[in-house]
Design a protein around this ligand. Structure first.
Ligand SMILES: Cc1cc2nc3c(=O)[nH]c(=O)nc-3n(C[C@H](O)[C@H](O)[C@H](O)COP(=O)(O)OP(=O)(O)OC[C@H]3O[C@@H](n4cnc5c(N)ncnc54)[C@H](O)[C@@H]3O)c2cc1C
Length: 162
């Protein structure tokens, strides 16, 4: 509970009221290179088994669905050439795996967060947002600055999730 007590409602409440026996926690793994198996060994992998990645790019399930669709179509229409499926699984997923790894760095490492801000040209955009929200040095004096800054930063999706 101590890890989530600062999260926004209703998350702490949901976790508090969930029986311990229904809570699980597992490590998340990713892999450098997509690998969809070897047909000579009668192995064809799809989904996370072929391209495990962190969830921070939101791509794993999407790719798994595409893989499953390719495999089903091939089994129906072209069952003697499953190599096509294997090739498309690898070709489609490697870029997303790399992007997912990059996103972990950008969202969870201070150097990565700096990179993200630079990459999106956020410095200038943030200054413009401060201007639009009429944030000035005087706000620091009257105690309203934190609230106003958080509001000005909201559209940029760079604030830590509560
Ligand atoms: C926190 C989190 C958030 C995510 N958010 C997103 C998102 O927003 N968008 C997105 O696209 N993806 C997201 N993902 C990724 C997505 O959940 C996975 O990529 C997807 O579920 C992979 O599907 P899969 O069928 O390959 O594997 P799984 O869903 O892991 O299915 C594998 C199944 O095999 C079973 N199994 C394992 N070993 C055996 C065995 N020996 N015998 C029989 N059965 C076995 C498991 O119990 C499981 O049911 C997220 C993942 C996490 C963890």
């Amino acid at each position: 509970m101590s890890r989530v007590e600062d999260f926004h409602e209703p998350i702490p409440e949901l976790i508090k009221t969930t029986p311990d026996t229904m809570l699980t926690g597992t490590p998340i793994y990713d892999r450098d290179i997509a690998f969809a198996g070897d047909l000579d060994e009668k192995i064809l992998l799809i989904g996370d088994s072929a391209h495990p990645m962190s969830p921070f790019k939101g791509q794993g399930a999407n790719l798994a669905l595409l893989d499953a669709n390719d495999l089903a179509e091939s089994l129906i229409n072209n069952p003697d050439n499953l190599q096509n499926v294997l090739n498309s699984v690898v070709a489609r997923s490697q870029k997303r795996m790399d992007q997912s790894r990059k996103r972990v760095f950008q969202l969870h490492d201070p150097n990565g967060q700096h990179e993200l801000i630079q990459e999106r040209g956020l410095n200038q955009l943030i200054l413009e947002s401060f201007e639009k929200n009429n944030i000035t040095a005087e706000d620091a004096a009257d105690g309203t600055i934190q609230e106003k800054v958080l509001k000005a930063l909201e559209p940029f999706d760079i604030l830590p999730k509560k």
